[in-house]
Write a protein that binds this ligand. Structure first.
Ligand SMILES: Cc1cc2nc3c(=O)[nH]c(=O)nc-3n(C[C@H](O)[C@H](O)[C@H](O)COP(=O)(O)O)c2cc1C
Length: 512
């Protein structure tokens, strides 16, 4: 199995796989910057991601620039977000909140009453922004923050992070790209300041560093990440020397020991943001921009500390991880519904249909019927199942480095050089019953397997509590033998242990 689907630890964040859902503004929030039922369902559907990074979420009313975007600055929003995090956690997922302060980006029609555009300097962004109330509008001319006001804005990030914890998020990410407030401080054309927050690269990086420090102070650095895209000109920002600017930023962040650096490929052809990040950041990295399954597999194979985030593919493929793992086709999405209100193009993408074969009853002595089970399709499919203590108890005394499953403890004791054995027959039983993996056929008289065949199955990874097992099986051949009917199953089983994952592709011979 590719490393893409293996678990990964990012600081204090435990990911079940390395497929991260990238942050995406979808403009579905209710009035008052409130998360709602639609958003609960949207994130729940995508909980198979190793980690979800939410859409950009405002730390204060001033941080809102776009219409129908959510906030995390009051108790009602915290309670509403709690429903999102509960839904994701109930599905076994992990979710961090992306904190996004728009700064000078936005028009007054999109801002809550009394909120104002703030920025390092009073420089209006070129271009226009969509508003529900009045269509396309020029961006507001921002208020240049006084030096004395900056601590208050940093405090908004601190409170947002504290609120995110109260809402049950697993962590937080600072949105430090796309020309929003932290990047407005970093960029040369938007930061004309002459105080400690302007001028040199170290000074321009100060705001972002202080914002991350404030968030990490309440959440823990090991649950705090930052997202950058050096050289990104989006929203009218210019940076003549991204190596210098982001060098200063990453140097300032280094002592914190963040959970991860989320780095988006730079649009500048001369600047390799991934290589730059690799050289200037020691921790886990989430790489983003334009990945497909193959490119993601290669990226995570190249370095053990890499994960990959997908944005657009997650829109039409709520079960993206399953589709990538099983090689199923990916669905497209309609760009027209990216930011429109309502469920269309948002929560109405179904998961892929997994190949399924009708359940049949077959007598073991009905050779013709048995033979009809032989097919090229996999006829059994398991959900990933967490191995619990009850399952371990069933095969008692699992210890040491090698594990075998055997249904017959006496025989196991006699034959195996290992303390506990697990044979194929038991594996079939596990897949059928314990692991909720129905082999999609039922064999009448399948009660007593008299022999399990000579080959045995070795799990290189200990099957411990907390391991996960999933697999598929198909009938490969059916033959009449002296002792009855011989059924050859092809099994493809993945055991994802606490540390080392392993895959087994094996033929299992059953005599009935
Ligand atoms: C609809 C949409 C909304 C986005 N909103 C955000 C956002 O809120 N925060 C952010 O950091 N990036 C945002 N992005 C950028 C994505 O996170 C991602 O970097 C981009 O889509 C490229 O990745 P992809 O090729 O896998 O889609 C958005 C992208 C899309 C398509």
């Amino acid at each position: 199995m590719s490393r893409l689907f293996e678990p990964m630890q990012m600081g204090g964040l435990s990911l079940a796989n390395r497929v991260v859902m990238a942050p995406m503004t979808r403009s579905r929030a209710d009035a008052g910057a409130m998360p709602n039922d639609m958003m609960v369902e949207y994130y729940r559907q995508r909980a198979g991601a190793g980690l979800i990074v939410t859409e950009g979420t405002a730390p204060s009313p001033d941080g809102i620039g776009y219409c129908r975007t959510p906030g995390i600055y009051n108790e009602s929003q915290v309670a509403a977000w709690r429903r999102v995090t509960d839904a994701v956690h109930a599905e076994g997922g992990r979710i961090v909140l992306q904190v996004m302060h728009c700064g000078r980006i936005g028009a007054v029609q999109n801002r809550p009453a009394g909120a104002r555009a703030v920025a390092p300097s009073a420089v209006r962004a070129a271009g226009k922004i969509y508003t529900d109330a009045a269509g396309m509008q020029a961006h507001d001319l921002p208020h240049a923050l006084e030096t004395s006001e900056i601590a208050g804005v940093i405090d908004e990030f601190r409170r947002a992070a504290a609120n995110a914890m109260a809402a049950g998020f697993d962590g937080v990410e600072l949105h430090c790209t796309s020309g929003y407030l932290p990047m407005q401080f970093l960029a040369e054309n938007t930061n004309l300041r002459t105080d400690a927050y302007g001028g040199s690269a170290a000074n321009r990086a100060r705001f972002a560093i202080e914002a991350v420090e404030a968030m990490a102070a309440v959440v823990g650095a090991d649950r705090t990440g930052i997202r950058i895209c050096p050289g990104n000109p989006f929203n009218d920002v210019v940076d003549g020397n991204p190596a210098e600017t982001y060098g200063a930023l990453l140097k300032g962040l280094e002592p914190l020991g963040l959970a991860y650096l989320h780095v988006v490929r730079s649009p500048l052809v001369y600047f390799d943001a991934f290589a730059f990040a690799r050289e200037n950041f020691a921790g886990a990295m989430i790489l983003n921009d334009g990945f497909d399954g193959d490119a993601a597999r290669r990226a995570v194979m190249s370095e053990a500390r890499n994960a990959v985030s997908f944005g657009r593919h997650f829109i039409g493929n709520p079960d993206l991880v399953t589709r990538l793992r099983e090689g199923l086709p990916l669905a497209a999405f309609d760009p027209k519904t990216l930011y429109t209100p309502g469920t269309a193009g948002y929560t109405d993408f179904p998961p892929a249909a997994l190949p399924k074969i009708e359940k049949r009853q077959v007598r073991a002595d009905d050779l013709a019927a048995m033979k009809s089970l032989v097919s090229d399709d996999f006829c059994g499919w398991s959900n990933e199942v967490l191995v619990d203590q009850a399952l371990i108890n069933r095969f008692a005394d699992l210890s040491g480095d090698d594990y075998w499953i055997h249904t017959d403890p006496e025989r196991a004791a006699k034959q195996s050089p290992f303390r506990t054995t697990i044979a194929h027959g038991a594996l079939v039983q596990i897949l059928q019953s314990r692991l909720r993996m129905p082999l999609e056929f039922e064999v009448v008289g399948f009660n007593n397997m008299i022999n399990y065949g000579s080959d045995r199955l070795r799990f290189p990874t200990p099957v411990t509590v907390g391991s996960r097992i999933h697999g598929r099986a198909r009938v490969k051949a059916v033959e009449k033998v002296k002792s009855g009917t011989q059924l050859t199953l092809e099994m493809n089983i993945h055991v994802v242990g606490n540390d080392r994952p392993s895959a087994i592709n094996d033929l299992v011979i059953l005599y009935m």
